[in-house]
Structure formats: C-alpha cells, structure tokens
Unconditional design. Structure first.
Length: 123
C-alpha cells in the first residue's frame, strides 16, 4: 500500500470513528495488533496499527445502513424511511458528520478505481 492510499484510508477511518465516539462504550471488544513499524527519519517514533473487533450495536448498525443507502444514492435516491431511521439514532450534527465521512470514503474508492490503483494487498 502506498503512502497516499494509506493516508486516505487512515483519514476516512478517523472521520468515521469520530462520528460515533460513544458507540464502542460498554461493548466487549478484542484488540489485535496488526503491525508496529518504526517511522523512517523520526527517531524513537513508530506507527502502530491494531484491529478492534466488536459486535455492532444499534448505532453501528444504523451507521452501516445509512452508509449503504448513501453509497447507493443513484439507485435508491435515499428513501425517506431510511433517513427517518437514521434520524432516530443520530442527531443532526452526527448524521451530517457521518454523511461527509461516507462521501469522503466513496470519493477515495472511486478515485482509486478510476486511476487503476487497487490496494497493494489486493494484488
């Protein structure tokens, strides 16, 4: 994975995670270290990546459903019932932040596909 796609993925993950800060509280999660590498030219600093695995709760399920609806906007037009379901779970600020994060991730994916730049792990 090149640095641009890593930064893009990291930014999107941070944006999505920041939309749901309270959602992971009270759940049982498993944290698995993925890698730990020294950052070149920065003595004493390293980049650590972990995978956090937990069963989705109500907010997570609503976020995933909203992400699917927004991603398929050309097909679905974002039906009113989908919007109302999301609004029952998220306040106005949260749904705006979540929609921006979804749009950003969709834009990164579309650019990567258009420029024939698949993730290195897929090669």
């Amino acid at each position: 994975m090149n640095i641009r796609s890593f930064i893009g993925t990291a930014c999107a993950a941070i944006a999505i995670a920041s939309c749901l800060p309270a959602s992971a509280q009270g759940t049982v999660e498993t944290v698995t270290p993925n890698f730990n590498r020294a950052i070149p030219n920065v003595p004493g600093k390293s980049l650590v990546a972990v995978v956090v695995d937990y069963a989705p709760g109500g907010r997570e399920r609503a976020a995933l459903a909203w992400a699917e609806t927004v991603t398929r906007v050309a097909d679905t037009g974002v039906p009113d019932d989908e919007y109302q379901a999301a609004r029952k779970v998220f306040d106005e600020r949260e749904i705006v932040d979540l929609t921006i994060a979804i749009g950003l991730m969709n834009a990164y994916n579309r650019m990567a596909i258009s420029f024939r730049n698949p993730p290195q792990a897929a090669l």
